[in-house]
Ligand binder design. Structure first.
Ligand code: GTR
Length: 431
């Protein structure tokens, strides 16, 4: 693809965005801290591109009905995503145990029951555990629909309650007390409860530590299965994003054993890298009825061929462990990808998909996120469902509803009350 566009110091932007991991990860590796990489944020400079046809199978068969989508094209795309980009999810461990560490009957001013449940997986003489924080609304006449999502910095960061167990070890292997209650606005658990939804969360570091050190997978759940592999062998077939997606499915398994949770109404959500993980979880696990991509950006909802914001080159430089190692061959070579991210969005069909963008979040390419949703519409149509199109007006502050919904709010990269208002609305309509 022809690229004659503006260049900027990506490292600075990466530090501002998301969990501010990028600069720390890069410097920890001893590599050049802020390499100059191509990044365009001018709409007028986006070169033309052609998307692969989501309805054209690799054998050249045009998919024109839902049956062929489900039996031919969908499995083909899922396999391509595993092989080329996200790797293969960990298998199911031989044994899984759930241990309730605490129950608080009068949580959040007596509006919720709070549980902390330790999930332990055993395989090949090894074990891996993580702690799930769960809030269930009190006094409901029926089991509660549930939001399932990972958190960046520990369960204790997303709740106002000060007695929640610290989770989410940082890169030095420590829990961080000073982050307690710092990310309440990313979960809005109190309001979620008021609206009759349960909320379950785990720190993503406890499933696979988010560290580009190529040994970090040995502290992840994958170590139960592949401990004998070299780093090179491992990274050829597996990734952190697949571990995180897997983790959300295991959370759902556990929730299925909770009487007060309605797992036929499970809504997976995530911000940014965790939005990528939510999309990938929703693609793999059809138990999730609603999949929420909150500013998931590059390798999430944003189109890869559209040269705007973060690129495959940038993301694989800073976060190689999120993908299989061979994915970096698509850096500055996005046209060669056998799919684009509208195909990932389409893997959610005919279930509900909510895409959220923020106006100032240029790094995540809001328009590219919108377009993925629009182009996934071809697959929803096979199921008789009309969704928004590329011509639907995209207005800041408004909400495009439907099986594929979209909103763009003002402001920067985050998952905040404005976003949650959209997600609660959809959840209330579909539950
Ligand atoms: C950035 C990364 C994005 C996004 C973000 C986050 O540094 O480049 O793709 O995932 O992190 O997760 O907050």
């Amino acid at each position: 693809m022809l690229r004659k566009l503006s260049v900027l110091m990506w490292g600075m932007a990466a530090a501002v965005l998301g969990g501010c991991h990028a600069s720390r990860l890069a410097s920890a590796s001893g590599e050049i801290k802020n390499p100059v990489m191509h990044k365009n944020t001018e709409e007028s400079l986006v070169p033309p591109y052609v998307l692969p046809d989501v309805l054209l199978s690799r054998t050249g068969k045009k998919i024109d009905n839902a049956f062929d989508w489900v039996h031919i094209r969908r499995p083909e795309l899922l396999e391509l995503y595993k092989k080329e980009m996200y790797g293969y999810l960990p298998p199911r461990p031989a044994t899984t145990e759930y241990e309730t560490l605490s129950v608080k009957e009068d949580a959040l001013n007596n509006t919720a029951i709070r549980k902390e449940i330790k999930l332990t997986f055993r395989m090949n003489g090894k074990k891996h555990s993580f702690v799930m924080l769960l809030y269930i609304p009190k006094n409901l006449s029926a089991p509660a629909p549930v939001f399932v999502g990972l958190n960046f910095r520990g369960n204790h960061t997303v709740t106002p309650e000060k007695d929640v167990i610290m989770t989410g070890k940082d890169v030095d292997g420590n829990f961080v007390e000073k982050r307690r209650s710092k990310h309440i606005n990313r979960f809005h658990i109190e309001e979620t409860i008021k609206r009759g939804f349960a909320s379950a969360t785990v720190s993503y570091h406890d499933i696979y530590p988010d560290n580009k050190d190529e040994n970090s997978w040995r502290k992840s759940v994958y170590n139960l299965f592949f401990a004998g592999e070299s780093n090179e062998e491992f990274h050829a077939h597996a990734s952190a994003l697949s571990a995180w997606a897997w983790g959300m499915s295991r959370m759902l398994d556990c929730l299925e054993s909770e009487k007060m949770i309605d797992c036929s109404n499970a809504f997976v959500h995530g911000l940014s890298r965790l939005g990528k993980a939510a999309l990938w979880a929703g693609a793999n696990d059809t138990r999730f009825k609603l999949v929420i991509s909150n500013e998931s950006g590059c390798c999430g909802a944003a189109l890869a061929r559209r040269d705007f914001g973060e690129t495959v080159e940038i993301i694989t430089h800073y976060f190689p462990h999120w993908f299989v190692s061979s994915f970096k061959k698509y850096a500055r070579n996005e046209d060669k990808l056998p799919f684009d991210q509208h195909c990932l969005a389409a893997l959610i069909a005919p279930r509900y998909l909510a895409i959220g963008s923020a106006q100032e979040d240029l790094h995540a390419d809001p328009y590219g996120e919108f377009l993925s949703g629009a182009h996934a519409g071809a697959v929803y149509k096979l199921f008789g469902i009309d969704t928004y199109t590329v011509d639907t007006p995209r207005i800041v502050g408004s909400h495009i509803t439907g099986a594929v919904s979209y909103h763009i709010r003002s402001g920067v990269h985050d998952q905040n009350l404005d976003d949650w208002m959209r997600y609660w609305d959809i959840a209330a309509k579909i539950k």
